[in-house]
Design a protein around this ligand. Structure first.
Ligand SMILES: Cc1ncc(COP(=O)(O)O)c(C=O)c1O
Length: 404
């Protein structure tokens, strides 16, 4: 086990224990008192778990033996040649069990829930990936599971809905508002407040503290692996890294270990939907409006009266009107550049990756690929760009078929 570098990441994680992060003016706990008490319990358990070597070992055991980590860092030679400019590498989170990065966090949080003796796990899902990941870990650990999912998303992601049910979980249809992720999160929080035995397993780096910190903790393995792998393959750090952003978990997972590397450019890509000026988009940062959403202070899509607006993107996983508070902070200090990609551009990148590399990407990840293709020309051929391929596209086949 000693010479297995993946296993040695355990030490890395243990070294990084510490206090809950403060994100400047962003983040916090904008929630009712009843919820604050529950959050305090979760925070205390999370802090204890981080310092518990057995916990970290168990988490890494499941990532390795059950999820299939480490995921490869693959040099997309054909794509790089076609696009011109920097060498594009793909961090293959699509090869994880259940098809996306969401399982990294689901494994971590279900282990926290077990430590807290919770008997019922609830989760929200948009694209269905987090719903599948949560239903999967609940099956694995024999825990009752309910997935809150918007009516619209149930329609868009039929295959994942069937998978969730097959794994033994219940799907709770949310029909309020637009019937998407935002409403599913609202109802899940209401349910949590009312039930004692429940643990809410949040799927992105959003929500009141300690959720953004906890999700980052369980996703930062993506960047830790990628850094080690690129040093092995190229003997240097990348010039840039790119990830798509719904709430911000795959991106913060990739970014975490690179934030301190001053020479690495970091790009976060939101969904521009049908175009930023059409109002049909999913960019929380466009317009620079700060507000409160799902218990956190962050950038959020709001109308002139400060009311939250509904997001739109062809990819259900990007269809969220807020963004994790650490991203808001990283934008405010200028460390990460946040930009957008339209539905059209994402679909084009989707087709390109299928044809050139034989990889069918998730529509969410296609946004990051499209952006990497755009910026590759700004770099030299000796430069390296790492793109997080956050998930596989099987779940999106119906949408793509209809679109084409
Ligand atoms: C494959 C994939 N990528 C990206 C996302 C966006 O979420 P996040 O920003 O939390 O990574 C999702 C969300 O469902 C997803 O399924």
């Amino acid at each position: 086990m000693e010479d297995d570098w993946h296993w040695q990441l355990r030490n890395n994680i243990l070294k990084k224990e510490g206090k809950i992060m403060n994100y400047g003016e962003f983040g916090g706990q904008y929630v009712p008192q009843e919820l604050k008490e529950k959050l305090q319990e979760i925070e205390s358990e999370f802090e204890r778990a981080k310092k518990d070597e057995n916990f970290i070992e168990e988490y890494l055991y499941y990532l390795k033996q059950y999820v299939g980590r480490p995921t490869p860092l693959y040099y997309a030679k054909n794509l790089s040649k076609y696009v011109g400019g920097a060498k594009i590498y793909l961090k293959r989170e699509d090869l994880n069990h259940t098809g996306a990065h969401k399982i990294n966090n689901a494994i971590g949080q279900v282990l926290i829930a077990k430590r807290m003796n919770k008997t019922h796990i609830i989760a929200e899902t948009g694209a269905g990936q987090h719903g599948v990941a949560t239903a999967t870990v609940c099956a694995l650990f024999n825990i009752k599971c309910t997935i809150f999912m918007g009516k619209e998303d149930i329609e868009r992601q039929k295959v994942n809905v069937e998978k969730i049910k097959m794994l033994g979980a219940n799907v709770h249809e949310v029909s309020s508002g637009e019937g998407t992720l935002k409403e599913a999160v609202d109802e899940a929080f209401e349910y949590l407040i009312k039930h004692q035995d429940v643990f809410y397993l949040i799927g992105s780096a959003v929500g009141p503290s300690p959720y953004p910190e906890m999700v980052k903790f369980f996703q930062k393995i993506i960047g830790e692996e990628a850094k080690k792998q690129i040093l092995e393959q190229e003997n240097k750090l990348p010039s840039a890294i790119v990830a798509c952003i719904g709430g911000g978990s795959n991106s913060i997972g990739l970014f975490a270990d690179f934030i301190k590397e001053k020479n690495v450019d970091i790009y976060g890509v939101e969904g521009a939907g049908k175009g930023l000026n059409t109002g049909k988009h999913a960019s929380a940062m466009y317009n620079n409006k700060i507000g409160i959403i799902h218990g956190m202070k962050t950038y959020a899509m709001q109308n002139d009266n400060g009311e939250l607006m509904n997001a739109y993107s062809i990819s259900a996983g990007l269809d969220y009107p807020g963004i994790g508070p650490e991203h808001a902070y990283l934008k405010s200090i200028g460390r990460v550049k946040y930009d957008t990609i339209t539905d059209e551009e994402a679909v084009k990148a989707f087709k390109l990756l299928c044809k050139l590399e034989g990889i069918i990407p998730a529509l969410e990840s296609s946004h990051a690929i499209a952006y990497a293709c755009k910026i590759a020309k700004n770099y030299k051929p000796i430069d390296v760009i790492i793109v997080n391929l956050s998930g596989r596209g099987d779940k999106d086949m119906e949408i793509i078929i209809n679109k084409l």
